[in-house]
Design a binder for this molecule. Structure first.
Ligand code: NDP
Ligand code: 8X3
Length: 253
């Protein structure tokens, strides 16, 4: 039986890139996201290209009841998940605290923190009887530093940092590895989502330097997952060469 990876946020960016690299390595995939058309397109492409099987889960990680319903009806052999990539996440807005939009705050906290927790609770309970598994949490440089107007997004990624450490402790008795991957600036749909569809503004974020691409992060995740059984990489901070900190970027380099 092939190994299985469950990837949240698999319709674009880092999640989509992870789906390709794991499929290339022969993993069967459970891909979860909200956009049905894009998920179906990705799933069919992956099945055709890599001769693997893909289960599509249309779900919003914020909705704990329907999330549980769609995951728990998977057949038992699909619950033997080897790798969970908690990738679904987003930023909404870039404003100081006093001007922040409170529904944007709810969206970020509900997705990046509570959604990650809901998925982890379900899947870690599937892993425990097998006494193995690997959970990859996508944190961020925003979980290591705080930058102007990043307030709530940074707080959610600091929470992912704390939860990754907590999961590593709690799941230790079961042989489950926990790794946190923390990217700097990666050109995906992230900034388009942050700026609510303003593609011009999003494009400017990555102008005049070479940002990371989603494949760079997927490649690092594959490296982490492919270490021997007795080796766990706890934490990785991966930056573009042109980025020193969350805010210091060597533009025109
Ligand atoms: P993208 O916007 O390209 O991808 C985000 C993915 O998350 C999409 O597939 C989206 O799918 C999914 N998603 C968002 N909200 C939900 C939800 N409520 N339920 C289910 N799926 C959801 O951005 P990235 O690939 O860049 O982001 C992936 C992760 O990487 C995020 O956690 C982000 O915070 C983190 N990150 C990104 C960095 C960057 O510079 N790009 C840097 C550091 C970390 P759909 O809309 O179909 O549901
Ligand atoms: C995304 C990183 O610094 O572009 O997590 O907001 S940043």
């Amino acid at each position: 039986m092939s190994k299985i990876a469950l990837i949240t946020g698999a319709t674009s960016g880092i999640g989509e890139a992870c789906a390709h690299i794991f499929a290339q390595q022969g993993y069967n995939l459970i891909l979860l996201a909200r956009r049905e058309d894009r998920l179906a397109k990705n799933a069919h492409q992956l099945e055709d290209k890599y001769a693997i099987t893909v289960k599509q889960i249309i779900a919003d990680v914020r909705d704990k009841n329907s999330l549980s319903a769609v995951l728990e009806i998977l057949p038992d052999d699909w619950k033997n998940v080897d790798v969970l990539i908690n990738n679904a996440g987003l930023s909404q807005g870039l404003d100081p605290i006093d001007k922040g939009n409170t529904s944007d705050w709810d969206t970020m906290i509900d997705t990046n923190v509570k959604g990650l927790l809901y998925v982890t609770k379900i899947v870690s309970n599937w892993m425990i009887p097998h006494q193995k598994g690997h959970i990859i949490n996508i944190g961020s440089i925003a979980g290591k530093e705080v930058y102007p107007n990043g307030n709530v997004y940074c707080a959610t990624k600091h929470a992912v940092d704390a939860l990754s450490k907590a999961m590593r402790i709690d799941l230790l008795p079961y042989g489950i590895k926990v790794t946190e991957i923390n990217p700097g600036m990666v050109e995906t749909e992230f900034s388009i989502v942050r700026f609510k569809g303003d593609e011009e503004r999003a494009k400017k974020v990555y102008e005049s330097f070479e940002p990371l691409i989603a494949d760079d992060i997927a490649d690092a995740i594959w490296y982490v997952v492919s270490r021997p059984k007795h080796v766990n990489i706890n934490d990785m901070l991966i930056m573009p060469t042109a980025q020193a900190t969350a805010t210091i970027v060597n533009k025109n380099s």
